[in-house]
Design a protein around this ligand. Structure first.
Ligand code: SF4
Length: 101
C-alpha cells in the first residue's frame, strides 16, 4: 500500500492510529468510489484497496476486481485494458525495507 506512517521501532502505534490521514480509509465507502458506487455488491464487498485500478486516484476500484457493474459480467481482471500495465507499475515501485538486527 502506498504511504508510510513511520518505523514501528520509533513510532508508537497509538500515535499512528490517532492520525487523521491514517483514519481516512476507515470511512471509505463503496458508494463514493467510481465503478463501485454503481455495483449491486457494494454493501457486501469489502474490496481490497491495496492495489487500485487507478493508482493515481485517492480512492479507486480495486485493481483485482473483475466485475463490471455496467455489463453485469465477471472477467479475469488481468484482461481489463490497462490492468497489466498498472500491475507492472506497482511491481516496479515495490520496495520492502530490509531490517537488520
Ligand atoms: S465487486 Fe468490484 S465493483 Fe463491486 S463493490 Fe466490490 S470492488 Fe467494487
Amino acid at each position: 500500500m502506498r504511504g508510510s506512517f513511520g518505523d514501528h521501532r520509533t513510532v508508537a502505534l497509538a500515535d499512528v492510529v490517532a492520525r487523521e490521514d491514517f483514519r481516512r480509509v476507515w470511512r471509505a465507502r463503496n458508494d463514493e468510489i467510481q465503478g463501485c458506487r454503481d455495483c449491486p455488491y457494494r454493501y457486501a464487498c469489502t474490496g481490497c484497496r491495496a492495489l487500485l485500478a487507478d493508482p493515481e486516484a485517492e480512492d479507486s476500484k480495486p485493481l483485482k476486481c473483475g466485475y463490471d457493474p455496467y455489463t453485469d459480467s465477471w472477467t479475469d481482471w488481468r484482461e481489463r485494458p490497462g490492468a497489466a500495465a498498472t500491475m507492472a507499475r506497482y511491481q516496479a515501485r515495490l520496495h520492502l525495507p530490509i531490517v537488520r538486527s
